[in-house]
Ligand binder design. Structure first.
Ligand SMILES: [Fe+2]
Ligand SMILES: [Fe+2]
Length: 315
């Protein structure tokens, strides 16, 4: 049995509740109200085929390139599966106390993301509305079974990384679209994801103080098994490769901009409070990151070689 199993999630949820309460207060004082409808260029809209006998969607109408469409659809479908994420969180931290208050508030904020993105993409005819709806049905029907759920330490570690990954993915997608309105909207959403990351990261920092060995084991577990929440989306692997080749989200970003800064914030490398189990987990974590860094470099090299081949073929 690992240290991680020795302390029950119920005990930890109770012990971390004052931290969740403090962080919720801080979040509410920091978060700025915003309105999705103000980010959408409604005047550009027109009727679709069907009930209103307008024009069906055609790829020619899209103002963004195919790579942007892939990233936008994956990001939106990921946001769409919110009911399952809510279920996973409440199954882990409950619906009572500051935890429940936070999860409901977080759900309300996340709900805005899919609303705003869908409104923008449909009004501007940026993506295919029929396949988007079919994919939403398919994705949500699959549900979501998070690897980390059920244990408050792995859950808090997972969401710390995932919120930051989502922030960067929205931010870089916005830049890639070359559409100023979409870029502004995705920046606004990314700012929300950053505040979510901060709350979870601070709760996890408190967990490290409470039980450094169990926290370290949880972090190792999550880093080794990390997958984005949208991994249940049909064709996710193929689409992730497109997104990585465009530099929107790749292993280099995952290593340098997601894992490394969050691990540093938990003082993972310099902690002096670890027992043998925590030390062993830290060593494995260091080895995993070294290997990931090497894979990231190999991918960058391959991508550069591929770009050079394309350039010489076309030039
Ligand atoms: Fe979101
Ligand atoms: Fe978020």
């Amino acid at each position: 049995m690992t240290v991680l199993d020795q302390r029950s999630t119920a005990d930890l949820v109770r012990e971390l509740e004052p931290v969740a309460a403090r962080e919720l207060e801080r979040h509410l004082a920091t978060a700025r109200e915003w309105f999705p409808h103000q980010y959408v260029p409604w005047a550009e809209g027109s009727n679709f085929d069907g009930e209103y006998d307008g024009d069906a969607w055609d790829p020619e109408q899209s103002r963004v390139d195919a790579v942007s469409r892939t990233a936008l659809v994956v990001n939106l479908l990921t946001e769409d599966n919110l009911p399952s994420y809510h279920r996973a969180l409440t199954d882990t931290v409950g619906r009572d106390s500051a935890w429940g208050e936070w999860v409901h508030r977080w759900t309300a904020e996340e709900g805005r993301h899919a609303i705003a993105m869908r409104d923008y993409l449909l009004v501007t005819r940026s993506v295919d509305p029929v396949s988007l709806e079919r994919e939403r049905m398919d994705h949500m029907s699959r549900g979501f079974a998070g690897y980390a759920e059920g244990n408050v330490l792995t859950t808090m570690a997972y969401v710390s990384f995932q919120e930051l990954a989502t922030r960067i993915s929205h931010r870089n997608t916005g830049r890639h679209t070359d559409d100023p309105g979409l870029d502004r909207l995705l920046q606004r959403i990314a700012a929300d994801e950053n505040l979510h990351m901060l709350l979870y990261r601070n709760v996890m920092a408190a967990a490290f103080e409470l039980d450094p060995d169990a926290a370290m084991e949880a972090v190792l577990d999550v880093v080794e098994h990390f997958e984005m929440p949208g991994n249940e989306v049909e064709g996710f692997t193929r689409r992730s490769l497109t997104i990585a080749l465009a530099g929107i989200y790749d292993l280099r970003i995952h290593h340098d901009e997601v894992l490394a800064p969050v691990l540093r914030a938990w003082d993972v490398w310099d902690r002096t409070d670890l027992g043998p189990a925590g030390e062993a987990a830290r060593e494995r974590l260091a080895a995993f990151l070294t290997a990931l860094d090497a894979s990231a470099s190999r991918f960058e090299d391959k991508r550069a070689a591929r770009a050079a081949r394309t350039a010489s073929a076309s030039g």
